[in-house]
Structure formats: C-alpha cells, structure tokens
Ligand binder design. Structure first.
Ligand SMILES: *Cc1c(COP(=O)(O)O)cnc(C)c1O
Length: 454
C-alpha cells in the first residue's frame, strides 16, 4: 500500500528491513508493504495516509470497550507507578491479581471461582492441557491423557495451542499435532452439511464426540475442548441441535469439558460468556482477548470448584509464567470489566445492538454473491458463493481475499476466512455505526461481484 505520505514509506521500509509479521507471507508482505495503523478511537482506526476505517473486527476480536478509553490507560499508568511487576511464584501475591480473580469469579458461571493467569489465550490452553493431565493423574487415572478437539477449531499458536486447534495448514509446519490430541468433525453445516438438514447435521456432528470417546476408550480421554462458536474458523454457529446433544454426551462420560471462551467471553454473544448463551457447564474456560479489551496482553484459565478440590490434593502444579497475573495487565482487566459492567455494555449488546446487527446483516441475503448470513451477538459471517441453491463456491478465485481488499480500500475491516467474510466489531458499536458497516459491506459485495464478472 503506497500513498502520499512519505512517512508511510519510511515505516514500510522498516517493516521490510526488520520486522517478521505473524501469520504472514514474509516475501509477499515485503513486496506490498503493510498498511500502517497510527491511531484509533471508538470503533474507528486511522492509517498513516489519513484514511478512516471502521474496524469490523475489534482488532482481533478483542477491543470490546472500543479504542481510546482513558480509564484503561490511567489504570495501567497508576499500577505501573505503584507496583509495575512482581511474580506470584514465591508464595506472594498482589492486590490487582486478587481483585481480578474475584471480579472474574463474580461474572463466571456458578461454581467457577478460581483463575490461573497467563499472558495469552494460547498459554491458557497450554495450561489447560497440563492441568487436565495433572488432574487425572491425581485421581489415579494417569492414562486419561487424550484431549479431543475439533477440525478447524482455533486454540492458539503455541505448540500445544496449534495442536489443539484443527487448522491443517498450521499442523503442516512443525510436525503437529503433538501426540495425545485428536480431532473430530466441526458443526459447519454450510460447508459440510451435504444433504442433511442443519438439525440432522448438528446431531451427527455432536455424535462424532461419542464415537471418538468409544474408539479411544473413555479411560484414555481426559477432556474435550471447543469454542462455543468457532471464531477464526469462520464464525461457525452450530445448528441449534448441536450443543443440546453435546451436553447429553458430555454428561454421560467421565471427561472434562473445556470451553475456549477467548472470543465468546466478555460479552461477545450478548452474555458474559458463550457458555451462558448455550447453557453449557464447563469444567474449565480459557479466556483472553476481551478480558483486557486487548489494551494489554493477558489470558487465563477459569477452573471449576470440583476440579480445584482435586488439584488441591496434588501438591505442586509445576507450571506458570513470568507474567502470570501481571499486575499492570490485571489492573487494566479489572477496569475493563468495571466498564463493561457499569456501562451495561453487554446488556445493550443483548437487548439492542446484537438484534439490530443480526437483522441488518441478514438483509444481505438478497445479494447474488451471498449464500448464507449467520451470527450470534456481535459475531457475524457472510458466505460468498457462485450458486446460492447448491452452496457452490467460486473455485480458485480467492473471492474472500478480493472482497477483503475492497473492504480495506473502502474504509471497512472485514476479515476473510476462505470465502467466508466475518465480523466482530467492538461491543460499543452504535446502531448508526452498524448501518455504516452494513452499507459498506453491501457496497464491497457489489464491487466484488463486478470484479468477478469483469
Ligand atoms: C485468539 C484465540 C486463542 C489464542 O489466543 P492468543 O492470545 O492469540 O494466544 C485461543 N483460542 C481462541 C478461541 C482464540 O480466538
């Protein structure tokens, strides 16, 4: 991306010469040069060329309270002056991590009253894997090691995170998954439902869990992990029949259930957690992203009381991070939760903006490129197809990437997962801003269609 600001090219040169960007084709990025984002406010970003862009992705699903909240900056600054760092390893603690643990216990589902903190969502899932195996070992069942996960799920990018995730393109690099992790089908009706109705397919997909447990033997299975709604996989909202059937299976077998709430948590679905939306009863929940609105890195694992009771009998848990429960991150998270609560942001998502966004997004169903619009809360997906009735894609054209580029060039960030366009705007988005988002999305769909026909 090149424009008129000479500073842009200086920054791009620094990128070329020194920076290796995550999830990027290094060579391709050098040729094109990154767009330089310089500042942000509310739901808008500005780049170094002065373009104003509506951030339909809340950064990477994280900026729940929107950009530019002074309260979060003040909380960080105050904590840095008071106690910028201390560890929690040597039988010490500090006020922010303790107050944050209590604040999270207050909003978490009943009986989930303890939190282990990490620096990211990936580390939260690494912690989960070690804690699950430790838990079963304490209970005298050390063979219950296998973690069942789902194809196309996303659980982070560390070795354990990427192994738990079901992204084959991640597995291909670095001999993943590590042993002891297996994947079952995802509840992605639009892409994989074939001739089944969504309800039939949802039950079929849930039954894959039971089949896998029986195949491996319940004595060898430690846990099942899933996002309530898959985010990075393409905002895959399971058919209504999926989680109810899953609940039956999870209740039947003696395994732990881990909800990866890194995206769904902290209000994204219009409830505090995705498990609240679906009425699930997890033993552990991974959190990150919305926990601090992305203002500072922090993740964690919320653990149910009955699991903690077992862990209490196990001696040392030989696991932790230098930045576990970092005081500055904890202070920011506390203030973030206070804002979400005091400003009734999640109530407004639930009662007002989520229904409005979902209704307005579904108007795009009349567009010739659109095969399905789905979503829950402030999560949405638009499937781009060549033929609506048969759900046939434009093969090999990279339609999603074409659309994503039009969006960027027209002041909207929508992400492309294959040919699925996805959105997850800040939770503070207003109805007017939703109108702008949908209007821009339609315009970009038009441009994409013309490009395909031209
Ligand atoms: C982003 C994400 C993670 C990983 O979090 P990081 O902070 O990037 O390590 C894990 N699980 C889900 C569901 C995510 O969306």
């Amino acid at each position: 991306m090149t424009g008129n600001n000479p500073q842009t090219r200086k920054w791009q040169a620094l990128s070329n010469d020194h920076h290796l960007a995550p999830f990027s084709d290094f060579k391709q990025l050098k040729e094109k040069g990154p767009r330089i984002i310089t500042h942000a406010k509310g739901v808008y970003l500005w780049d170094s060329e002065g373009n104003k862009i509506l951030d339909g992705m809340a950064g990477l699903w994280c900026v729940a309270v929107g950009y530019g909240r002074d309260e979060l900056a003040d909380a960080a600054s105050q904590q840095m002056r008071e106690l910028p760092y201390y560890n929690l390893f040597f039988q010490t603690a500090h006020p922010p991590v303790l107050e944050l643990s209590k604040a999270i216990a207050d909003i978490a589902p009943e009986g989930m009253n303890h939190v282990f903190f990490t620096g990211s969502g990936s580390e939260g899932n690494d912690t989960m894997l070690r804690m699950v195996r430790h838990y079963w070992a304490i209970k005298g069942q050390p063979n219950k090691k296998v973690i069942i996960s789902r194809k196309n799920g996303y659980h982070g990018s560390t070795v354990a995170g990427a192994s738990l995730g079901g992204m084959t393109y991640m597995h291909e690099q670095g001999d993943l998954p590590i042993p002891g992790i297996v994947h079952i089908a995802q509840p992605y009706w639009f892409g994989e439902g074939g001739d089944m109705s969504p309800e039939e397919f949802g039950v079929w997909a849930a039954n894959q869990l039971e089949e896998k447990i029986l195949e491996i033997g319940v004595d060898n299975v430690g846990a099942f992990i899933a996002e309530p709604i898959q985010g990075a996989g393409g905002v895959i909202v399971p058919p209504d029949s999926y989680w109810p059937r899953m609940k039956e299976i999870l209740a039947k077998y003696d395994i732990l259930f881990v909800a990866d709430e890194v995206i769904c948590g902290f209000g994204r679905t219009g409830e505090w957690f995705g498990t609240d939306h679906y009425g699930l009863k997890p033993h552990m929940m991974t959190i990150a992203k919305g926990l601090t609105s992305g203002y500072i890195p922090m993740g964690g694992l919320i653990v149910r009381d009955d699991v903690v009771a077992v862990l209490n009998e196990g001696g040392d848990f030989n696991h932790g991070f230098t930045y576990s429960g970092h005081p500055v991150a904890a202070a920011v998270a506390l203030e973030n939760i206070r804002i979400l609560r005091d400003e009734k942001i999640i109530e407004r998502v639930h009662g007002e903006t989520a229904p409005y966004l979902q209704q307005r997004l579904r108007e795009l169903n009349d567009h010739p490129l659109v095969g399905e619009v789905r979503g829950v809360g402030l999560l949405g997906a638009i499937e781009l197809v060549q033929d609506k009735a048969t759900r046939k894609r434009y093969e090999g054209k990279g339609v999603g990437m074409i659309c994503r580029q039009f969006c960027f060039d027209n002041g909207l960030i929508m992400r492309a997962v294959g040919d699925t366009m996805i959105i997850a705007p800040p939770l503070v988005i207003s109805k007017d801003e939703i109108d702008e988002l949908v209007t821009k999305a339609r315009h970009c769909l038009d441009l994409t269609l013309s490009a395909l026909q031209g």
